[in-house]
Ligand binder design. Structure first.
Ligand code: NAP
Length: 364
């Protein structure tokens, strides 16, 4: 049997933490060795600490692990974080200073100059920031973040257009699932039969993070993309899956056929490049009534997004609908891809070998 890299999951009891467990318990490169959460959960077995919401049973390999505090005492040097953003900032920073590699889903460090904000298929060159981060913070370890859930879905849908034709303006209206607010999240009394036209800080995150993701990495820094984005965010009574209605103005004017070709080519350059990569990162529907969360969120095990009904826009150039699984592609799944990318590109292995004498050679 090949040796696996031991990993820890911070925020293991939350919605993202549970999804990370589901995606990682049977992973060929990683072994879930440690779990951590708040004081309320620490000291209990995972089974006792968690209100398990995943569709699979709790994996037997993690059931009896004792949940730890988020202190820099982990054996595992690679830590995935699904921590509540009220505490993630300090905890992640402290752990990075102690030499841990943090793969974070939280908002806290995303917009810091030296922190990579990554969707590997879209902007993997930004991993280059790690070097300057370690220097700037004088830290042994480092933090890599993935974007906000809606931003990931939007940025993937725009990437083929941005790379091929350039983008000038984007207007996006989101219809976001309740699981996006974690567990227990929005009270059922507030959301059933209702739409809430406000999600704290969400519009700002989409508008700013997208510019960083599409920014250029040069001379150890990111120059943000020069495009205008207006986001309007709504919480809707859907359990999983964020749907986005998007209008775009492209720099170069192109017919629909070329837009479709750019999606096909984007898929070709990205298929199966990492262990958890979907076969197609973007699936496309001609039907005017798709995608829908009820049918399409588990596309490619939740790692793909689905675009439908690309049509002319009377105000900008084109409009379409895009859907993605907020907890998988919009969070835990992209975090797993980020860790796989680090391993594939030898960043993590080299680091683990040099600093901690951990041998991951068999993984190559
Ligand atoms: P959640 O369900 O509320 O889970 C939060 C986790 O943080 C729990 O494990 C909780 O542990 C832990 N925690 C809370 N206070 C803590 C403390 N003082 N010390 C240590 N751990 C503490 O939230 P979530 O939806 O999974 O989101 C987790 C992070 O991912 C957030 O930053 C969120 O913004 C981000 N995110 C979420 C989504 C999504 O779709 N849900 C998508 C993208 C990004 P206890 O159970 O012990 O309290």
């Amino acid at each position: 049997m090949k040796s696996k890299i031991k990993i820890g999951i911070l925020g293991c009891t939350g919605a993202v933490g549970q999804k990370l467990i589901s995606l990682l318990y049977n992973h060929p490169m990683f072994e879930i060795a440690e779990l951590a959460a708040s004081e309320n959960s620490a000291g209990k077995t995972f089974e006792k600490a968690v209100l398990w919401k995943e569709q699979i049973p709790i994996p037997s390999s993690v059931k009896s692990l004792i949940v730890k505090n988020c202190l820099p005492k982990f054996e595992s040097k690679l830590l995935f974080s699904g921590l509540d953003s009220r505490v993630a900032g300090n905890i992640e920073m402290e752990l990075a200073k102690y030499g841990y590699i943090i793969i974070s889903n939280s908002k806290n460090h995303r917009m810091e100059e030296s922190v990579p904000l990554i969707i590997p298929e879209v902007n993997s060159s930004h991993f280059g920031l790690i070097k300057s981060q370690k220097k700037k913070w004088n830290s042994e370890g480092f933090i890599v973040t993935n974007p906000n859930c809606s931003t990931i879905i939007l940025a993937i849908s725009l990437a083929p257009l941005y790379k091929k034709f350039g983008l000038k303006k984007i207007i996006v209206t989101t219809l976001q699932a309740v699981s996006g607010a974690g567990y227990p999240g929005v009270p059922s009394y507030d959301i059933l039969g209702n739409v809430i036209p406000f999600i704290k800080d969400e519009e700002d995150k989409i508008e700013k993070e997208t510019l960083k993701i599409f920014g250029k990495f040069k001379k150890n820094k990111i120059t943000f993309a020069d495009l205008k984005i207006s986001a309007l965010c709504n919480r809707v009574p859907v359990k999983n899956g964020h749907t986005l209605s998007v209008s775009v103005e492209t720099e170069k004017k192109v017919p629909k056929e070329k837009i479709l070709n750019s999606i096909v080519n984007f898929n070709k350059t990205n298929n199966n490049s990492l262990h958890s990569s979907p076969k197609n990162i973007i699936d496309f529907f001609e039907q005017f009534d798709r995608p829908q969360p009820m049918f399409d969120i588990n596309n490619h095990n939740g790692m793909g997004i689905t675009i439908g009904n690309i049509r002319k826009c009377n105000v900008l150039d084109w409009k379409f609908t895009v859907l993605g699984h907020n907890l998988i592609r919009g969070a835990a799944g992209t975090a797993v891809l980020n860790a796989e990318w680090l391993i594939k590109n030898n960043l993590t292995l080299q680091y683990l070998r040099n600093k901690f004498n951990i041998n991951g050679a068999e993984l190559k």
